[in-house]
Design a protein around this ligand. Sequence first.
Ligand SMILES: *Cc1c(COP(=O)(O)O)cnc(C)c1O
Length: 389
Amino acid sequence: MDFIDLAAQQARIRDKIEENIRAVLDHGQYIMGPEVGRLEKRLGEYVGVKHAISCSSGTDALLMALMAFDVRPGDVIFTTPFTFIATAEVISLLGATPVFVDVDPKTFNLDPDRLEVAIRALKARDSSSYPLPITHTPSPVTPRGIIAVDLFGQPADYDKINDIAKRYGLFVLEDAAQSFGAEYNTKKACSLSEITCTSFFPAKPLGCYGDGGMCFTNDDRLADAMRSVRVHGKGSDKYDNVRIGMNGRLDTLQAAVLLAKFEIFPEEIELRQQVANRYTRLLSKSTSLVLPYIPKRSKSAWAQYTVLSESEHHRNEIMAKLKNSGIPSAVYYPKPLHLQSAFKGLGYKQGDFPISEECSRRIFSLPMHPYLAQEEQEKISRIIVPQIT
Ligand SMILES: *Cc1c(COP(=O)(O)O)cnc(C)c1O
C-alpha cells in the first residue's frame, strides 16, 4: 500500500499528460512557454484571485511573497512552530526574525488568541507574557507580518487573523502549500489573505512531476513585485534590474503536467472528502484516538488524514502494527520548529509552545489519496481499532 498513490492518478490521465508534454517538446519554449500563462489563468480563476504567479517551488513562493512585502533584517514575522521548516526558513533567509505562536489544539493551526498575546508581548518587549526570541539587531525590531499555515489541508482562522493583522498594521501571508482546493466560509484557500502561496510538490493535493509553486494576490503592486522578483528583479526587461530577485520560474513542462492534472482536480477533492469521511466513520469506534476536527466554516483539502494518539508510546505501537502489515504511516511533525537546531539562535526552549510539543509526540498521519479503496481503509482501521469487525 502507498502512503500517497500517484500511480493510480497517472494511470487515469497518462494519455493527457503525454499529449501535453509532447506539445511542449514540439514548440520548444521550455522557459515561460504558453502553458505557464494558461495554468496561471486557470488556477487564478479557480481560487477567485486576480493575479496568479507561478514559481519554482512552494518555498520560493513564500520567499517571493516576503520579498514583495520588502521584508528585511530587523523585521519580525509571526508564525506557527508546528509546520514544515520552509514556512519559517524563508523568514530567516531574509535576515528577519520568526516569532513563534502556538497552535490551536483542535485544528493544529495558528491560534488567533495567542497571536494577539504574542504581538502585544513583542511590542512591550515583555517575554514574561509570551515566549519571545532573542534578537541580535541593535535597533528595535519591527513587527511586519503573519504567516498562517493551512495545516494538513485545513485553512487557518482567517477572519480572526486578518482582523488582528489589520488592528496591528501587519500583513498576512497564507501558506496554502497543503490546502489548494480547500474552502473557508465558501471562499477558496489561496484567496484568504493579502498574498497566498501554494506548492506543487508531487505529494501535495495538486502536485506536478518535480518542484513547483504559485503565489496569488489581488494587489496589482504586490503582483508586479513578485513577477519582478521571479526573474532577477527585472524592470522593463531581464537586463534592467530594479531590485534584488532570484530565478524563481516554473518550468513549462511542469505547467503542462499541472494542466492535465487540474482537469480532474475538483473531482479528486471530492474523492478525498469521501476517503476522509470513511476514515472518520470507521475510526469513530476508537475510544483512544482524536480524529480530525473541521469546523463547519471550513472544507479541508485533506492533504493528510491526521489523528492524535493517547501518548508517544501509543502512537509508536500503532505505527509499528501498521508497518508489520505493510501499511505506511508518517509523523508530521516530529519536532516543532522552535526546537530545531537551525533555529537555535532564537533561544527558544522546550516548554515554550506546549501544544505544538504535545502534538509532535502524539500525532500521526494515515495513507491518504483520492484513490484509496474502501477495503484498504477497512484493513487499516481494523489494525488500529481491533473491535471493528
Ligand atoms: C510543502 C510545504 C512547503 C514548501 O513547499 P515546496 O514546494 O516543497 O518548497 C511550505 N510550507 C508547507 C506548510 C508545506 O507543507
